[in-house]
Design a protein around this ligand. Structure first.
Ligand code: SF4
Length: 345
């Protein structure tokens, strides 16, 4: 039977994706940018962000020369903001230590911030013809099903990587193979209802043979995600809203957000200290992070123009922003949603 690699390459040629904006280039900057954006984010979401980002920052030097706070608005909404901060850090290292040229070796690429083994291997294979395999969620799904690899965690990952390196041994130009695996995982060997009838791996696929598609890849053991709560203050005048810059480290690091209070008692104390303010509670909603759920209780506060001095509101690191500028600011997605759907704004 034709080798695993050859079957994937032939399938990619005939049925894979060929028109994504980051395909057909060997520019490591473009490949790197797409790889980072695609981590934990769907292709359909990434396309617009990728094109907008590239238009604004056409080269790694252009990105490195822009202050990080001017870069964040081009990432806002994609989530996982540590990726954007690492992206900027990485661009600065490439611009200064590597004279604007990405290193060609996967082992060197891996030393840069935010670049793991799969991303480094992908850049090396697509841009420098290295024989380096990738391992993202799509590839894991294809491998666990095809080879019947069960389990979850570091031991399973090691097994998957060993298989990945074994597959490409002696092969050349594996860019198309890597692309084919990602395409097959996202178009055919999908999480639910895989289209096995269209799959080039079906004749010797373990999951197909034993009807194990629904149980592979093995599920992560369930962990109860804790819930936290916060009160978000939408302090506004007729045309402006008060936003607070978040600390560089931690959730939504470096982004603008709404001022927060931790609980009802704190809110009551704050309102007592500012008796001229009018507070109105809005519907609470939940935002899910990977490690906890945040229950947000928004409170709309109408301030008069005489209260525009934010220092008098006893909230630090704040600034008034015109409501008309909201859509262009670097705001976390639940805050953006809250502000853009508030009928009073
Ligand atoms: S035959 Fe089905 S389960 Fe096996 S790799 Fe192909 S799509 Fe996935």
């Amino acid at each position: 039977m034709t080798s695993f690699v050859k079957r994937i390459q032939a399938w990619q040629q005939q049925s894979g994706r060929h028109h994504l904006p980051w395909q057909g280039t060997t520019d490591p900057y473009k490949v790197w940018l797409s790889e980072i954006m695609l981590q934990q984010t769907q292709v359909s979401t990434v396309i617009d962000y990728y094109l907008r980002f590239l238009k604004k920052f056409p080269s790694v030097t252009a990105l490195a020369n822009t202050p990080v706070e001017e870069v964040m608005p081009y990432w806002a909404g994609l989530g996982y903001y540590a990726r954007a901060r690492n992206l900027h850090k990485c661009a600065q290292i490439v611009a200064t230590q590597y004279k604007g040229l990405f290193p060609s070796q996967a082992s060197e690429l891996q030393k840069l911030p935010g670049i793991g083994e799969s991303t480094a291997n992908s850049i090396a294979a697509f841009c420098f013809h290295a024989t380096t395999p990738i391992m993202d969620g799509n590839v894991k799904r294809v491998f666990t099903r095809f080879y019947g690899i069960e389990g979850y965690g570091a031991k399973t990952d090691k097994q998957l990587w060993e298989q990945a390196y074994k597959n490409v041994m002696g092969e050349q130009q594996i860019g198309q193979y890597n692309q084919g695996l990602m395409d097959l995982g996202s178009m055919v060997c999908t999480r639910s209802k895989p289209k096995c009838q269209e799959c080039p791996l079906r004749p010797d696929c373990y999951a197909f043979k034993y009807s194990k598609q629904a149980v592979l890849p093995s599920k992560k053991p369930k962990k109860i995600i804790p819930q936290r709560e916060t009160i978000m203050l939408i302090i506004r005048t007729q045309h402006k809203v008060l936003l607070q810059k978040r600390p560089a480290q931690g959730i939504w690091g470096g982004l603008l957000s709404l001022p927060e209070l931790t609980n009802e008692a704190e809110l009551n104390t704050w309102l007592t200290e500012h008796p001229t303010l009018h507070a109105q509670k809005m519907a609470s909603f939940e935002h899910i992070f990977s490690h906890y759920r945040l229950l947000i209780h928004p409170v709309r506060i109408s301030a008069t123009t005489t209260l525009q001095d934010s220092a008098r509101l006893a909230i630090t690191d704040t600034q008034w922003y015109p409501l008309s500028d909201i859509s262009s600011l670097a705001l976390p997605s639940p805050v953006m949603k809250l502000l853009s759907t508030d009928p009073e704004l």
